[in-house]
Design a protein around this ligand. Structure first.
Ligand code: FAD
Length: 417
């Protein structure tokens, strides 16, 4: 015999946990179960924002969302309007997690702890009688009569409504996998091309390796055949494989997309002194020649991190422990200024899904109703979160989509039950 459910939520991540809480608050007594493949629910949530969980952003407008197939901004609009960042803050307040809005618009739990977010979602869900089936993957899904049969290693379940929120492929160590795509494909849905987003970049490391582990504020510009695709000023992290840190993660989507085609030459142009106007830099560098006791290998120490300065000097073939900095010629100062403001690095690609925060691409949006998130192919079937062909910018936009899409789906499911 099947266990009978009103709502089966497949995937106990951000969207799934939020959906379970919202559904359990419905006035009608509903039998709700969450199925989670991993041993515990909310595993990816725990690592979000480096463990601080950037739950939303006050700037979460449709334009901050992308899709690889169709008009993602238009698609997310109804769900975001019905559940904007203010509702996210109120929702978390209602489960005992007050939030703070940082000056840049990013929203975090007051505790700055993802643990408290997961714990509170689970307590609310379990306290309201939701059945949590952790360590129970759904391996098959078939429409049956007015509902669906779910196949799991623990047996079969029958659910009147099914919400698929299995997430995407990003970060397999935190549960990223393709199960959601397969479950929806089995019900007639199609998937768009996938590529990693919010992801570190692999670059030519000839010079980068010398500064691995160092962080600096920088403006990073991504250029395809010399044409600027994106730019971001923020902290940049040099690694042994290339570039990471927010300055790169924010604009990495363009590289992920390029990588699927690999047409043209992608470069990253680094401005290592974004605070200093190009016109002001030349006189500054000229004046440094009078600093006492400096050789050219130490010329930039103090203007930038010692190792970064030395690498720039090397790149300009000016690194010497013997040559006094006072002997630097005007053309050499010009070369240095250009290297500091326009250090060009060949981009090879991203580090892939393993290091990505988000999957770009997913289940085709035109096959779902944007207001209800109900399948247009299979009535009673819904999808929310990253499994759909929606990815947001870095900064709380992806979790905002998870909450807002879960809310849209639950509102519609409840109305029909
Ligand atoms: C390191 C990192 C940091 C991030 N930081 C932020 C941040 O600060 N702010 C932000 O907005 N976004 C952040 N993100 C992105 C954000 O975590 C995701 O966009 C969001 O979790 C997607 O929610 P979801 O519910 O769609 O999928 P997920 O949270 O990935 O949940 C999907 C769940 O489904 C389960 N599942 C899969 N297949 C099955 C199956 N067959 N049966 C049962 N269960 C299944 C998975 O195990 C998983 O638990 C970060 C991502 C990473 C990797």
């Amino acid at each position: 015999m099947f266990q009978k459910l009103d709502i089966a939520v497949i995937g106990g991540g951000a969207a799934g946990l939020c959906a379970a809480v919202l559904a359990a608050r419905c006035e009608k007594p509903l039998r709700i179960a969450v199925f989670e493949k991993a041993a515990r629910t909310g595993r990816k949530l725990l690592v979000t924002g480096s463990g601080t969980c950037n739950v939303s952003n006050t700037a979460a407008a449709p334009a901050r969302y992308h899709g690889s197939g169709s008009d993602a901004a238009g698609f997310v609009s109804p769900a975001l309007s019905a559940f904007p960042s203010e509702r996210t803050v109120a929702f978390f307040e209602s489960i005992g997690v007050p939030c703070v809005i940082r000056p840049d618009g990013r929203i975090y739990p007051l505790t700055a702890s993802a643990n408290t977010v997961v714990d509170s979602l689970r307590m609310e869900m379990l306290g309201r009688g939701v059945q949590e089936n952790a360590g129970v993957p759904v391996t098959g899904l078939h429409p049956e009569g007015e509902g669906f049969i779910l196949y799991t290693p623990q047996g079969e379940f029958y659910a009147r409504r099914v919400l698929v929120c299995c997430g995407g492929m990003a970060s397999p160590a935190q549960g990223g996998c393709g199960d959601g795509y397969a479950l929806l494909a089995a019900c007639g849905h199609t998937r768009t091309r996938l590529f990693p987003s919010i992801v570190p970049l692999r670059t030519d490391t000839a010079l980068i390796r010398a500064v691995k582990g160092l962080r600096t504020d920088a403006t990073v510009r991504l250029l395809l055949d010399g044409n600027e695709l994106a730019r971001q000023t923020q902290e940049l992290l040099f690694t042994d494989y290339g570039l990471s840190g927010p300055a790169v993660m924010y604009i990495s989507r363009a590289v992920g997309e390029w990588e699927t085609r690999k047409k043209g030459r992608m470069t990253a142009e680094l401005d290592l002194l974004p605070q200093i106007d190009p016109q002001a830099l030349l006189p500054m560098l000229r004046a440094r020649r009078t600093l006492s006791g400096r050789t050219t290998d130490e010329f930039l120490t103090g203007l930038c991190h010692k190792r970064i300065g030395q690498t720039v000097m090397r790149a300009c073939a000016l690194f010497s422990a013997e040559r006094p900095a006072s002997t630097l010629e005007e053309d050499e100062i010009g070369r240095l200024a250009r290297a500091l403001k326009n250090w060009s690095v060949e981009v090879l690609g991203t580090v892939g899904m393993g290091g990505a925060q988000v999957t770009a691409g997913g289940m085709a949006l035109e096959e779902f109703d944007p207001v209800t998130l109900q399948s247009r192919k299979c009535p009673g079937l819904y999808a929310a979160g990253e499994v759909l062909d929606v990815d947001g910018d870095c900064g709380g936009f992806n979790l905002q989509w998870a909450w807002a899409s879960a809310h849209a789906a639950v509102t519609a499911m409840e109305a029909g039950l």
